[in-house]
Design a protein around this ligand. Structure first.
Ligand SMILES: NC(=O)c1ccc[n+]([C@@H]2O[C@H](COP(=O)([O-])OP(=O)(O)OC[C@H]3O[C@@H](n4cnc5c(N)ncnc54)[C@H](OP(=O)(O)O)[C@@H]3O)[C@@H](O)[C@H]2O)c1
Length: 252
């Protein structure tokens, strides 16, 4: 259920999410799927600091005082009857890092990776597209990984699924232009609950940091800064891009 808060009180009203036409994406709310932890939570906080109205959706309410829609992308699509008529942006954060050698990777691992990373993003964009099209310059942000552009051992299921997300990004960018911009962020290892196991000891973290030209792993805020930028007016001439935020890992 969407719960109104003083900050976003206008979203729950009859004028749900309708900012003055003159101000376009600045006033229309941004829908964040999966903002209860990690990069999604950091992005939600940053957007709130910037004065943008947000709506969160996912299994857990992040408790930021913004309207929240409870749903699970693996079992349903976003209930659009709980959304305002216009959206200024959409970011889809749910994703996986399921690392396994080839011999123990099952077909079901690939299916699970595709359902969460690709199908969930696709059905959410499909459900929200008409609302985004009402706000010229609105932005969609999807998530890939550095492991698509660089071959990394044991990443076959996640790299395959995120590779599909990159293709989806470019196709949707073509189809939804010129009204809606669609971009993708490809992070390297970033300190979030999802990456907890990979950073479980000082030794593992030091080894990971050493592999990055900028000699540290990512923080959720590093990635959130790019997400908030891509969802904002200053990114108005950027679409169809996969942008590495990876401490230099993909290029150097
Ligand atoms: N962290 C990294 O090192 C890293 C590296 C490369 C790429 N990425 C990508 O960056 C994105 C964000 O990652 P993160 O590290 O911030 O992940 P995270 O901490 O696990 O956060 C994922 C968010 O998605 C939500 N979510 C997960 N499953 C869901 C479901 N079935 N239905 C609805 N919501 C669901 C979670 O909320 P609930 O549990 O409340 O539903 C959570 O808020 C992901 O796509 C990930 O693949 C991350």
């Amino acid at each position: 259920m969407v719960r109104s808060s003083p900050q976003n009180a206008h979203i729950g009203s009859a004028e749900q999410g309708r900012g003055p036409r003159c101000c376009g994406i600045v006033n229309a709310p941004i829908l964040l799927i999966g903002a209860s932890s990690g990069i999604g939570l950091a992005t939600a906080k940053l957007l709130q600091q910037e004065g943008r109205a947000i709506i969160t959706a996912g299994r857990r309410d992040p408790g930021l005082g913004a309207p929240h829609i409870t749903f699970d992308v693996l079992t349903s699509t976003i209930p659009t009857d709980q959304l305002p008529t216009e959206l200024g942006g959409l970011a889809y954060f749910p994703g996986s890092i399921d690392l396994k050698p080839l011999r123990s990777t099952k077909a079901d691992d690939l299916r699970a990776a595709f359902e969460l990373n690709v199908l969930g993003a696709f059905t959410t964009v499909q459900a929200c597209a008409d609302r985004l099209k009402k706000v010229p310059g609105s932005g969609i942000v999807l998530f890939s990984t550095v492991a698509v552009g660089r071959g990394m051992a044991f990443h076959s299921s996640v790299a395959a699924a995120k590779g599909a997300v990159e293709g989806l990004t470019r196709s949707l960018a073509a189809e939804l232009a010129p009204t809606v911009r669609v971009n993708c962020i490809a992070p390297s290892l970033t300190r979030t609950p999802l990456a907890e196991k990979l950073l479980s000891s000082p030794e593992r973290e030091a080894a990971s940091a050493e592999r990055h030209p900028l000699k540290r792993v990512g923080e959720a805020d590093d990635i959130a800064a790019m997400a908030a930028f891509l969802l904002g007016e200053r990114a108005r001439w950027i679409t169809g891009q996969v942008i590495g935020v990876d401490g230099g890992m993909s290029a150097i």
